[in-house]
Design a protein around this ligand. Sequence first.
Ligand code: ATP
Length: 355
Amino acid sequence: MSDLRVEGLRKSYGPHAPPVLDGLDLTVPSGALAAVLGPSGCGKTTLLRIIAGFLRADAGGVTVGGRVLAGPGVHLPPERRRIGIVPQEGALFPHLSVARNVAFGLSGVDRTARRRRTEEMLELVGLAGYGGRMPHELSGGQQQRIALARALAPRPALVLLDEPFNALDSALRAGVRADVRTALRLSGATAVLVTHDQQEALSTADLVAVVREGRVVQCDTPQRVYARPADPWVAGFVGDAVLLPATAHSGGTARTALGTIPLTTDPGTETETRATATATGTVLLRPEQLELTDPTSATVGGTVTDVRFYGHDAMVTVTVDGLDHPVDIRAAGPLAVRPGERTGIRVRGNGVLHP
Ligand SMILES: Nc1ncnc2c1ncn2[C@@H]1O[C@H](COP(=O)(O)OP(=O)(O)OP(=O)(O)O)[C@@H](O)[C@H]1O
């Protein structure tokens, strides 16, 4: 077992500086890949550096598999933490072959075992047979996979990935992400991926921890973070959001400018209580829940102000009658609307009510 527990981390860079980490808690179960997602400057790198042992926290603790790495009176040096790191741009040793890069952390292991482990790791990242190459003979994506193989070779208790796909162009990124995720799964390692890219976090991780101003504001599966964001800020940060002023009714519906919308509730949770008791609030929908309809027969209508075509779908911005801000509608398939035209709008599925 090598679950990660981060509790109450606090860090300021200087006695009069504001806190960068402000009581941050994070739990990652053994073998899971968690993405730490947050805007620039929210403290992601600071968190990673404290977990790795490059930086001391002012307060709080870090344990992996029950072993205290940092806490009151404890600060294990980085080399004793059993943590593998995949930095932003691979940072392979340029003068060492791929095999020697991968074997770098395997000191104290005999030659045969070292060779076997290196080959195992190259196979794990899908680069068996590349051991004799030099780093400059690899593509950017291959370099990142070798950096992962190097991090995993000594069987670390935890792997930290610091925005590892940033330097890759977008066409390559999705493939390398998938390869890295597969290799991490097969290795069984617990891992933390730091990113400011929402799509990367949602598509790659088992858990997404959204960080704002030095705290985790929500930590949940990608599906729940997207469908049940903790607040309107998280909703807008992890995806496109349609936020509507609403009046909630006791029957689990809310009246909005887009009509009466059924609300999602978790039985027995605080949310249900809120959904039934709150008089006013904000209802969240996603643009794919809105549908363009024939304006002549629609009960809710608006005027198209913009259309952005993305190939697989399009985003249509509509000024809705009775609403003071426009909404975005994700439309799949061939588009029949243009800016200036009238459209009807229909809502599919449930909304989430925030007080
Ligand atoms: N060594 C330092 N000395 C002083 N301030 C620092 C130092 N390192 C980081 N900071 C400040 O701490 C805050 C958080 O920085 P951090 O690098 O942890 O954020 P981040 O979420 O990783 O941002 P990014 O996504 O831009 O890398 C920022 O305001 C930054 O300016």
